[in-house]
Design a protein around this ligand. Structure first.
Ligand SMILES: Cc1cc2nc3c(=O)[nH]c(=O)nc-3n(C[C@H](O)[C@H](O)[C@H](O)COP(=O)(O)O)c2cc1C
Length: 416
């Protein structure tokens, strides 16, 4: 497989050489594109020697002595069509802005627009540049467009300051590249049923009991699964979001409508991801007319159906069932208790009491809980998190397959 490494003009440009070597160790054919600024930091010769390929250093360079500009002017299209992934290391604030806006004024930014291959960016810069709202907005934009962000780490920076902005470790970038290459189509043949948003229970014709869920996490899960080749059924409570293209969208309002929509499609699903925040109670009686103010009001509520529990009870063999839990206190204990009580394969635990993550935020930090594991996922854009969660969800299949093979008398490799 061919991977194109885009090197930008940051202090960490020299670390791209280490990345090239690390990618080659995974039998990847690595090609390098350098921006003008990158060439102030590292010589193209370094990458040419490492890769054995000519390094692309500009849009208008001639391929060789006899070549003409006509040949070089379509080189970006060739590179765009033949690469299996584009990884930009270090990604400068400048290139993130150009990618986000769609400026194509050099080879790398033109390649970014022209390729349909997955794109990974590993930003590195001064902490103030990284935390600037412009940079953060650009990163969010790219994340929503399915660009994989390998977030920078915190530590002592070359500029003498301490904070977030240091290029992620080479291993983390390699892992992102491999996972993106591997992701392509790893959900082909699966039907993923995702629930999203917050259900509403009417009190009267104008008011409802609701919750603060925006649906962003569920929509990110749906989009990630769809991009990885799954057929996706998105059962969604009202949100302000546009549904990802090519998903089958079923719009519902109440918990009961969501229950019926899910159960009637359960037969088709191989993975059920219940990321919606459902109302656990609904008014016993719904007022036919708008309730008027007249002193204290007591609402008589009754529990709604427990969709997750019913899905677990009705699951067919091989189906994975994943629940979400939003907790405000003693999150881990409540998450574990929910996992055991519901019998799901995993619970994605959201500690919504944390500032800046969870409800309505574009970012989230969760714990992926299974019977025997507890995997902390640090704060990141929800779209990026969705891919990490899908990785862990698919990993749940592995031990089962080994067990199934053992049951069928097939050899099981030692150490499995
Ligand atoms: C010594 C030096 C170090 C720099 N380091 C960084 C950096 O780490 N990250 C960054 O985003 N920009 C950094 N810059 C600024 C970029 O080089 C500048 O924004 C340039 O236009 C980036 O071009 P490019 O994105 O096309 O590579 C640095 C500039 C200098 C002079």
């Amino acid at each position: 497989m061919k991977v194109t490494v885009g090197v930008c003009g940051g202090i960490a440009a020299y670390k791209a050489a280490e990345l090239v070597r690390a990618l080659q160790k995974h039998a990847l054919d690595v090609h390098v594109v350098m921006t003008q600024a990158a060439q102030q930091f590292v010589q193209p010769l370094t990458f040419a020697a490492l890769t054995g390929h000519k390094v692309i250093t500009g849009m208008w360079e001639t391929p060789d002595e006899s070549g003409g500009s006509a040949a070089s002017s379509i080189e970006h299209m060739d590179a765009a069509q033949t690469t299996d992934a584009l990884v930009v290391v270090p990604a400068t604030a400048n290139i993130l802005a150009k990618f986000a806006i769609g400026i194509a004024d050099d080879f790398l930014s033109t390649l970014y627009l022209a390729t349909t291959a997955p794109v990974i960016v590993a930003p590195a810069m001064n902490v103030n540049m990284w935390q600037h709202p412009a940079t953060q907005a650009n990163v969010e934009t790219l994340a929503t467009r399915n660009v994989r962000i390998v977030s920078p780490e915190s530590g002592y920076l070359a500029c003498g300051m301490t904070g977030a902005g240091r290029l992620a470790e080479t291993e983390a970038i390699v892992e992102a590249v491999l996972s993106v290459l591997h992701h392509r189509n790893d959900l082909v043949g699966e039907t993923v049923l995702v629930t999203a948003g917050g259900t509403r229970e009417a009190l009267d014709p104008v008011r409802f009991l609701g919750n603060r869920s925006s649906g962003k996490m569920g929509y990110a899960m749906a989009e990630a699964a769809q991009k990885r080749g799954a057929r996706v059924i998105l059962v969604t409570a009202p949100t302000a979001l546009r549904a990802p293209a090519d998903c089958e969208v079923v719009s519902v309002t109440t918990t009961e409508e969501m229950r019926q929509a899910v159960l009637s499609r359960l037969e088709q699903a191989s993975i059920v991801i219940k990321s919606a925040a459902v109302a656990d109670y609904r008014p016993k009686v719904q007022a036919g007319q708008k309730l008027r103010r007249s002193g204290p009001l007591t609402l008589d509520l009754e529990p709604t159906g427990d969709i997750l529990r019913e899905v677990v009870a009705l699951r067919h063999p091989g189906m994975l069932v994943i629940g979400f839990a939003a907790e405000t206190d003693d999150a881990l204990a409540h998450g574990r208790e929910k996992l055991m009580r519901k019998g799901a394969d995993a619970i994605v635990l959201n500690d919504v009491s944390r500032e800046g993550v969870g409800f309505d935020s574009d970012r989230n930090a969760v714990t992926f809980l299974t019977q025997d594991r507890s995997i902390e996922m640090a704060e990141m854009p929800k779209r990026e998190l969705a891919d990490h969660l899908l990785d862990e969800i698919l990993a749940l299949r592995r031990p089962r397959q080994v067990l199934a093979e053992a049951d069928a008398g097939l050899p099981v490799a030692a150490g499995d």
